[in-house]
Design a protein around this ligand. Sequence first.
Ligand code: C2E
Ligand code: MG
Ligand code: MG
Length: 715
Amino acid sequence: MKRFHGQFAPGGDPEGAPDAAALDVTRLLTTITDNLVGMIYRCRIDANWTMEYVSDGCHKLTGYRPDELKYNRRLSYETLTTPEDRTRVARVIHAALQSGDAFEVEYRIRRADGRLVWVLERGVGVRDARGQQVWIEGYIQDISERMAVDDMMREAVRRYESLFENATEGIFQTTPDGHYLSANPALAHIYGHTTPDELITHLHDIEHQLYVQPERRTEFVRLMQAQGTVRNFESRVYRRDGSIIWISENARAVKDSQGAVQFYEGTVVDITERREHEAALEYQAHHDSLTGLPNRTLLRDRIDQAIAHAWRHGYQVAVVFVDLDHFKLINDSLGHHVGDRLLLEVAARLKACVRGNDTVARQGGDEFVLVLTEQHDEDEMLNVVSRLLDAVSQPWSNNGQEYGLSCSIGISCYPRDGEDPDALLRSADAAMYQAKASGRNTYHCYTPELNQAISERLELETSLRHALDREEFRVYYQPRIDVASGRVVGAEALIRWDCPGKGIVPPDSFISIAEETGLIIPIGQWILHEACRQNSAWRRAGLPPIAVSVNLSPIQFRHTGLVDAVAEALAEAGLDPKSLELEVTESFVMHDAERINVAMQSLKSLGVDIAVDDFGTGYSSLSYLKRFPVDRLKIDKSFVRDIDSDPDDAAIVRAIITLGHALNLRVVAEGVETAAHLDYLKLHGCDEVQGYYFSRPVPAMEMEALLDDSLPGPA
Ligand code: C2E
Ligand code: MG
Ligand code: MG
């Protein structure tokens, strides 16, 4: 097939001979010239570029009629060209003329209406008959619109470049096989390179050089293939220096018109800080802030895991509840910072007793829970438990002071005592309470009967909370007798709880609960007031004057309001301070000697007497005893009981009496039940006695009768 050449063959048959005769080329050219947007010209090559011919388009282009420009009749075309562009235009044209080429030049002209427009001039030199270049023929068109578009394009490109260059997000284009096509400075910076070029040359295998887990790249490509985009794709990547950061990528696949993937492009943000923050929050949510041990939440998970594992392999799981004995005392007396240090110490000791896959968690306060996994039998568990008891009871020294510690342990066992974390924890907790009740520093395994005991204790706690309001407390008094005169010289106030449905509840059954719950503070204040009021009433009734002793709980002793409470009780009753004695137990006195001393001094300055109760059961340092403002020692009843049968006890009692006297203290023996007890004590110079031999603790009315008789002797 022939090619179609015939530009000037209107209606002609391209296959046949051109119909040249029918074509009026001159007319055709005139039509085109007159209707062309733009101006066809011929000008002389002279100083003014004198136009010899311009087409009608001149008017549209310049605002001047053709005859105004022709032969410079009104003005030359040269003067339309802006002065700034003239030299450049002339240079271009002359260069083209010289080389005999056509030229193209863009410049601005000032139109008749004053507007400046961009034009494109294309032309070529034309020779005369002698072969001299004397004219230029060409075409000038208005390109303002195109220039404006170009400007916009340039501006847009500049803006996008600026975005790319200055973005804080990393921006990239990569090939699907993992090469960088482009990267911006932010990306280079995120990945630890100085420049994008450095990044592009260095990172040639994204899968292995960049991703900490190369599978992430596989996943990235898979997502790209499946959905063409990835959103918030978070991975860990290596920076140039080998450090690891977290990034989040958003990207899409760019396809050609056939739908084939050309490259991937997207953005990268460094989310390391956010991830670290999240990890920290996550850690905080699952760990105890003081010890770093798993907290309750994580503990439950761990028990769940251990159960699942045990279920598959036929093991048992032991949940071991560890509660420190008397922690509140240490915490209140030595301050929280010491309490915290102690908890850290205990945490470390507990951890040292178990294997790596066991868990030591802090349940809160002074309660720890251990999860012993893969247990075969009871012996194995009890071995660990005795190690725990042993480890915790090692003395602990802080700031040169030594403290004796102990804990109570409750054990429950999967699957026997529960099938889920809550049940196991409840059972272990119940067993732990049993261990406390059996005298602390021991363990107890869960038995179903414990539930009964626990609910009773809870019930007791609930009723105890209302006992004060409901006026269920009573004070019993037990006389204290002066051995020499046989007279009643004092009475110990002993609290009783008249609990509906239970009758009179002895203090040993509820004082510890009151201490744990803090109820001891109001209860203690109540008995102080009551004892002072009663003593003052006896005084006013003309009964022989006696001192009433009130027992103070250690918890109460640490309470800042104690001194005020004592002063207030005395003032309210109008009682001489000499008629009030406060009893503190020996073991507690030794716990925090320095602070106790300060508190005792302020109590003492009120004028009250102070007695050390249950003397002989603690480990008093004699030097403290000497420095403390103490008036009386009360020999613990456990020594008095066997005074006549156990030579050791007898010796201890004698020694205490001697010691007390050497320190100028009066010595009282409690638990005197028989005449033989009394005889022995009398023989060895004990100053005062108290016990069932004279009277059991009795209600105030009966005590009043005793005072009235004022006659010593057996009850
Ligand atoms: P305590 O201060 O050593 O009181 C002496 C205990 O020995 C009393 O027990 C008393 O009834 C008992 N007792 C007295 N004579 C004899 C005797 O001849 N033989 C025997 N076997 N025991 C005798 P109680 O009243 O059950 O009080 C027990 C403990 O409860 C008291 O020991 C004291 O530590 C505490 N307590 C009692 N009342 C209060 C109180 O109001 N506040 C505080 N914080 N503790 C109290
Ligand atoms: Mg007492
Ligand atoms: Mg006592």
